[in-house]
Design a protein around this ligand. Sequence first.
Ligand code: SAM
Length: 283
Amino acid sequence: MVTPPDATTVASAGTLHIVSTPIGNLGDLSPRAVEVMRSVSAILAEDTRHTRTLSERFDLRTPLVAHHEHNEAQTVPGLVARLVGGESFALVSDAGTPLLSDPGSRLVAAAIAAGVTVSPVPGPSALLAALAGAGLATDRFTFYGFLARKGGERSKAIAEIAALAHTAVLYESPSRVGATLEDLVAAGAGARATVVARELTKQYEEFRRGTAAELAAYYSEHDIRGEVVIVLAGAPPVVLDEAALREEAATLRAQGMSARDITRVLMERAQAPRNLAYRLAHE
Ligand code: SAM
């Protein structure tokens, strides 16, 4: 890796543009994305064949360089050296925003460490498109990307999502939507409002809504095609009675939490009224 003299931007260096590309509808490629892709020395593409279709459609002659999870470790030092030397690149993935369940984070981190300017060209992302159309709370959400297919990592994530108090967003392959929803139901999330967003921005775009249990039943009976995002509403707050709240306050106090924080936690997590939370926290 190229080490910069300090953490500030290197004046003569080029720019690494992170360019979002369509998730289905080519009309979603922004004019600025086209302009940037046309102006750089090379487009760093997850799959050059895939990006060639986009290049041809927009009449881009910029050379394409393969940059994917299998060669990222090898290519990063050379690419960063070229950026430091003054060349600019556009990093794209097959669809949507690079780095979101897509390659690029290693290159971006190395470019920043080398003092190179990193500049996003925002645009399509299945994550935000699904969230925007789902109709569930968007004030706070956790993005899980693709869950592990099996093992402890998967069960831990499923349990975490089932207990999550705010919206969860997951990427999933069409053949595994039913299984993932069934696992969430088994972990106690069956009653939660859920949306499966499929084929966003494409001809057969669909938002299927129901409880997690209803959708688990639907997808275990229907084979689907296309690309899918699962959006799951947060768990409703646990309503505790005074004795249970007192016990919770005592546990938090034993963990060394201040009365002020205990008040906040009782109000946020357990929906306790302010006066009661304050009194219990100070007992
Ligand atoms: N970086 C991309 C982004 O910003 O959306 C996501 C890349 S990830 C490898 C691919 C996954 O994104 C798919 O398996 C699916 O879960 C989701 N996805 C991509 N395009 C989609 C679409 N048009 N409709 C629904 N989900 C989509």
